[in-house]
Design a binder for this molecule. Structure first.
Ligand SMILES: [Zn+2]
Length: 264
């Protein structure tokens, strides 16, 4: 049984809709033994576009996680996590942030291609967006410091909503390179269940998970990507079945940036 949720955003994140205390309470009510609070931290091609993400933001994130640990630490393990968006475009700064804070868990994601959030593209005419996305993710997988790659086939989340699905399965050669980089460097991937709440496959789906298994991958975290309490650890039974079907019998739980394998 999966009883960790290693991807969630609270009010501190610009798009979060839950109080951190409510998130922790919800996780305890669900009998989760471990959660990671993974607030967003985005990097911008044009630094002047950054009005939100500064050191004071991470300081506040750490302060809140420590306050939660003081109050609930005997009932649930709470990881100080972060989801870094496109860390490769400001590699020095992202490395410096990683070194400056006691993170337990780092998700690396690619949300903004050519400076525009993937949710804001018109997928009826995106040309080679998928290739640009995968090229950026390949660079991240090769050069950045992280624990898992977040929602590996993210363009599918937004493109399928518009009825023009853009699927990474059509570029399995590139996906394979990304997975091989992660495996070689001792990093993992997450299974992000947010798309399952829309009746779709998780990110990534079974074909990419199976390829990851075939290439020798073993580090998988599971995260709901919840921005609201009702989405925490939803829907986990289906995610567990899919992970098992791809041949995995364990998932990973991160603390202190070290993975512990937990039997499903
Ligand atoms: Zn994300």
């Amino acid at each position: 049984m999966i009883n960790s949720d290693q991807h969630m955003h609270t009010f501190l994140s610009p798009d979060g809709h839950m109080d951190i205390t409510d998130a922790v309470q919800r996780a305890i009510d669900l009998s989760l033994s471990h959660i990671a609070i993974t607030e967003h931290y985005e990097f911008y091609e044009n630094r002047s576009d950054n009005r939100y993400f500064h050191r004071a933001y991470i300081d506040e994130h750490l302060r809140r996680v420590e306050a939660m640990r003081a109050e609930y630490g005997n009932r649930i393990e709470i990881a100080f996590g972060i989801e870094m968006g496109q860390p490769h475009i400001d590699w020095n700064e992202s490395q410096d942030i990683v070194r400056s804070y006691p993170f337990d868990f780092i998700i690396a994601s690619y949300h903004k291609v050519k400076g525009l959030d993937l949710s804001r593209y018109d997928y009826s005419c995106v040309g080679n967006l998928l290739d640009e996305y995968l090229d950026g993710l390949e660079e991240i997988s090769q050069t950045c410091d992280f624990d898992v790659l977040g929602h590996l086939d993210l363009p599918r989340r937004y493109s399928s909503r518009q009825g023009f699905p853009v699927e990474a399965e059509s570029r399995m050669d590139k996906v394979g390179c990304i997975l091989e980089n992660a495996i070689r460097r001792g990093r993992g991937i997450e299974v992000n269940t947010s798309t399952m709440r829309e009746g779709k496959a998780p990110m990534p789906g079974d074909a990419i998970l199976s390829l990851y298994k075939k290439l020798g991958g073993s580090i998988i975290t599971v995260g709901s990507d919840a921005h609201r309490t009702e989405d925490i650890a939803v829907p986990y039974a289906d995610a567990e079945n899919l992970i098992r079907a791809a041949g995995f019998t364990e998932i990973s739980v991160f603390m202190g940036r070290k993975a512990t394998q937990v039997r499903l």
